[in-house]
Write a protein that binds this ligand. Structure first.
Ligand code: ITT
Length: 191
């Protein structure tokens, strides 16, 4: 069975394909001929996830799902949160976002944070959403070169290293996206 994953982020696509395995054929936006940037203007992760999924359904006609993810840092009042992809401003990459986060955390003692992923699914005329979270700590400096985005500065609770130092399978087993995707898979397998 085929389903489109409405993301322009290659790392997300790789992670989710690895979790889903052979059970479903996860198509990329490129594979359905969608090359434009999909608008993402909502004020919540859920709103953005629905915006991306509905865009693909409306413009391309495919059943699909989308992932919107944010890193909520307590000492920063929940920032970067829904703005995680553009924390350092438009046109800046994820290295710049991570540097700004570390700078803003320089004098902070409370370093608790969480990653949250909302997956929005449109399938057979039905809409469903799934939310996955992982609690952790913002490190003082980047550690490791695996993963992507903020992974080098996030250490999940119960682990002794950052997401960027873990294998892809170890990250997926406990991550925000891994948990949301497990719920998505349970649902897909149940229908
Ligand atoms: P799409 O909207 O096309 O799916 P995006 O990269 O814009 O891709 P988001 O809007 O969800 O994705 O932005 C999330 C930001 O958080 C982005 O800067 C990512 O680098 C970062 N991020 C997302 N998932 C992450 C993860 O598992 N580990 C570390 N950083 C992550």
């Amino acid at each position: 069975q085929e389903i489109v994953f409405a993301t322009n982020n290659q790392h997300k696509l790789e992670e989710i394909r690895r979790i889903v395995g052979d059970r479903f054929n996860v198509l990329s936006l490129e594979e359905i001929g969608c090359h434009e940037d999909i608008p993402e203007t909502a004020e919540t992760l859920e709103g953005n996830a629905w915006q991306k999924a509905r865009y693909v359904k409306e413009h391309y006609g495919y059943d699909c799902f989308a992932d919107d993810t944010g890193l909520m840092v307590d000492a920063l009042g929940g920032a970067p949160g829904v703005y995680s992809a553009r924390y350092a401003g438009p046109g800046h990459d994820s290295k710049a976002n991570m540097s700004l986060l570390l700078k803003n955390m320089e004098d902070k003692e409370v370093r608790t944070a969480r990653f949250v992923t909302v997956i929005a699914l449109i399938l057979g005329g039905k809409e469903m959403s799934f939310c996955g979270k992982v609690e952790g700590t913002i490190l003082d400096s980047p550690e490791g070169d695996g993963g992507f985005g903020y992974d080098p500065v996030f250490r999940p609770d119960g682990e002794d290293c950052s997401f960027a130092m873990m294998s892809a399978d170890a990250k997926n087993a406990i991550s925000h996206r891994g948990r949301a995707t497990a719920m998505l898979l349970d649902y897909l397998n149940s229908i």
